[in-house]
Design a protein around this ligand. Structure first.
Ligand SMILES: NC(=O)c1ccc[n+]([C@@H]2O[C@H](COP(=O)([O-])OP(=O)(O)OC[C@H]3O[C@@H](n4cnc5c(N)ncnc54)[C@H](O)[C@@H]3O)[C@@H](O)[C@H]2O)c1
Length: 322
């Protein structure tokens, strides 16, 4: 398959591109390098530096492509509240431009990076794809808006993968490490690792340690980035008609591990791997944070034949090598 990967210089996009190439697919990456890294692009990928807001770049990138994996976008929840126009422009308008380009190029299959943020405050845990989608921030609203754009394209076959939290890194056979390098970094694993290895004082703030959870810290669902990338390839295979199930129209699928880890458990795992103590401050709870957020992953199993195979230790160990 020749596949267009938008945002393929970013964290998840670059790991997925590596895996696609490893499994014999051709990869074209369209990325404006706004948060991605040129050195994360795998050898063998064709790279087009450009924006999903640029129809000409999209047309060029779609040449001879049969399917798209669409990672490109802005993904900081806090920033989305400060700069809503930017998020609507890149995430929704950029995706709309990509969809227009796909229609011009007659490309009808797309896997989209959606998010658990589409659900907003969960009504139950684990969260099922049929649960209400009421985002509580602009980022989540833009992701849900793109899902709706895709669902409206009746001739498309599309899968929106609603990721929960992603962690860990790919370590290739040649010992190349492809991992998370966001700036600013808002994700727990890199921040916990920094709080353990310094330079001191790199303190990690716990947002409350009096939640109704076994150790009082918030519980979230983390999935290893290599497992996540594998789910994208399984989704592409499904859209290509491989296997017994056929998809027409749009479907949303949760991607998580289906189990939760508390913030304390992640800290302890990082301390064990690095052999040092983390500097931690306990702050107040953040308004709107649920105590527990875990993905129901039955649909991913049924449709994609996917289940995560890497646990907390592998996430921490690989992330520590970045
Ligand atoms: N990392 C997570 O835990 C997580 C969780 C849920 C959803 N997601 C979604 O997954 C996707 C990838 O996340 P990530 O963590 O790899 O983010 P990332 O920032 O590392 O990657 C995004 C990539 O998109 C590129 N990009 C941004 N705007 C662009 C534009 N206008 N045109 C072309 N390229 C553009 C960036 O340069 C970057 O390489 C995002 O859509 C994000 O919202 C991520």
């Amino acid at each position: 398959m020749k596949v267009l990967v938008t945002g393929g210089a970013g964290y998840i996009g670059s790991v997925t591109s590596h895996l696609l190439i490893e499994r014999g697919h051709q990869v074209v990456i369209l990325d404006d390098l706004s948060t991605g890294h040129f050195d994360a692009i795998p050898e063998g990928a064709e790279f087009i530096e450009g924006s999903i807001l640029d129809p000409e770049a999209i047309t060029r990138a779609l040449s001879e492509v049969v399917a798209v994996v669409h990672f490109a976008g802005k993904s900081l929840v806090g920033e989305s509240m400060e700069k809503p126009d930017l998020y609507w422009s890149v995430n929704r308008d950029g995706s709309a431009a990509l969809i227009d380009g796909m229609k011009r190029a007659n490309v009808k299959r797309i896997v989209f990076s959606s998010s658990a943020a589409t659900y907003g405050e969960p009504t139950r845990t684990p969260i099922d794809e049929s649960d209400p989608t009421v985002p509580t921030n602009v980022y989540g609203e833009t992701k849900l808006a793109v899902e709706k754009l895709l669902a409206a394209e009746k001739v498309f076959s599309s899968i929106s993968l609603r990721y929960f939290n992603v962690a860990g890194a790919l370590v290739t056979d040649n010992d190349v490490i492809v991992g998370e390098r966001h700036l600013p970094e808002t994700h727990l694993f890199p921040n916990v690792l920094n709080a353990v290895r310094g330079p001191k004082p790199a303190k990690l703030t716990l947002h409350g340690d009096d939640w109704p959870t076994p150790d009082g810290t918030g519980v979230r669902d983390y999935v290893h980035v290599v497992d996540l990338a594998d789910a994208h390839i399984k989704a592409l295979n499904l859209l290509s008609g491989q296997g017994d199930i056929s998809i027409s129209g749009h479907v949303a699928v949760n991607l998580g591990s289906g189990v939760g880890y508390s913030v304390r458990e992640v800290i302890t795992a990082a301390e064990e791997v690095l052999g040092a103590k983390a500097s931690v401050l306990v702050g107040p709870r953040r308004a709107g944070d649920p105590a527990v957020l875990v993905a129901g992953i039955a649909r991913a199993g049924q449709l994609l034949g996917w289940r995560p195979t890497r646990g907390l230790a592998e996430m921490v160990e690989s992330a520590a090598r970045v």
